[in-house]
Design a binder for this molecule. Structure first.
Ligand code: KIV
Ligand code: NA
Length: 259
């Protein structure tokens, strides 16, 4: 299936079957997640935080994204590969299209960027270029410095109105789906009911959206120093690594040896 076909199949799931999206940043993990049946592999700019060691996603560059998208694409997943446009690579429609084309050349089948009404022309330009587009609304991590932290969205009537307007804007601009991040559950449910494309939630409650997206390290427990409160941690990869390295070090460099 082409990226356009996969994206259209995701859109068609609205009201029929929920969507299980998960982030992926490297070849083996992408293969494992695809074998596990994930519908969407998101090469998110969260790679900057959970893989590259930066404090937030504002440090992520286009080269970082291309490197990780290419690794995920080598897994040739059945799942749809969505790549994030990193900060300051979509400030104009022309720049956004150029960036989106590079992500696609690296192996992305669809792209995502943060913003709604304010980004209508930018999204339209990407869609007009034939590149499947996923929206991202609610709490926008690339705006963390301007916002002075990660703030829940949809708490005030003004925020609720803005979110609905943003959701209609990305829909009208041609998005095949939209990520909702850290939106209060009642408003996430309202947005979900208001638009014909699937909403994919993170930190919005577990039943309010048409699907969920999870950061892979939150799911498998591979980044133990920070786990979001809403995460459902299903494995202890960090614990397994600590056990393995302890066994290895003890074998190579025994703490009490005879010689
Ligand atoms: O970068 C990312 O992982 C994301 C998800 C949290 C939606 O954008
Ligand atoms: Na992201």
């Amino acid at each position: 299936m082409t990226g356009s076909e996969k994206s259209a199949a995701i859109t068609a799931r609205k009201g029929t079957q929920r969507i299980a999206a998960i982030t992926a940043y490297d070849y083996p993990t992408a293969r494992l997640l695809d074998e596990g049946g994930a519908d969407v592999l998101l090469v998110g700019d969260s790679v900057g935080m959970v893989v590259l060691g930066f404090p937030d996603t504002t440090h992520v560059t286009l080269d970082h994204m291309l490197h990780h998208i290419a690794a995920v694409a080598r897994a040739k997943p059945a799942a749809l590969i969505v790549g994030d446009l990193p900060i300051h690579t979509y400030d104009t429609p022309e720049q956004a299209v150029a960036t989106a084309r590079k992500l696609v050349a690296a192996g992305a089948e669809a792209v995502k960027l943060e913003g709604g009404v304010s980004h209508r022309e930018i999204i339209r330009a990407i869609v007009a270029d034939g590149i499947p587009f996923c929206g991202h609304l609610g709490m926008l991590p690339q705006s963390v410095l301007e916002e002075g932290g990660y703030k829940k969205k949809g708490k005030t009537p003004a925020q609720r109105e803005a979110l609905l307007a943003d959701a209609h804007a990305v829909t009208d601009a041609g998005a095949f789906a939209v990520v909702l991040e850290s939106v209060v559950p009642a408003v996430a449910a309202e947005v979900t009911a208001a638009i014909p494309i699937p909403t994919i939630g993170i930190g919005c409650g577990e039943t309010t959206c048409d699907g969920e997206v999870t950061v892979v390290s939150d799911l498998v427990g591979s980044y133990p120093w920070f786990v979001p409160p809403f995460a459902r941690v299903e494995a202890d990869v960090a614990g397994e690594i600590r056990k393995a390295v302890k066994a290895y070090v003890e074998r190579v460099r025994p703490s009490s040896s005879d010689h």
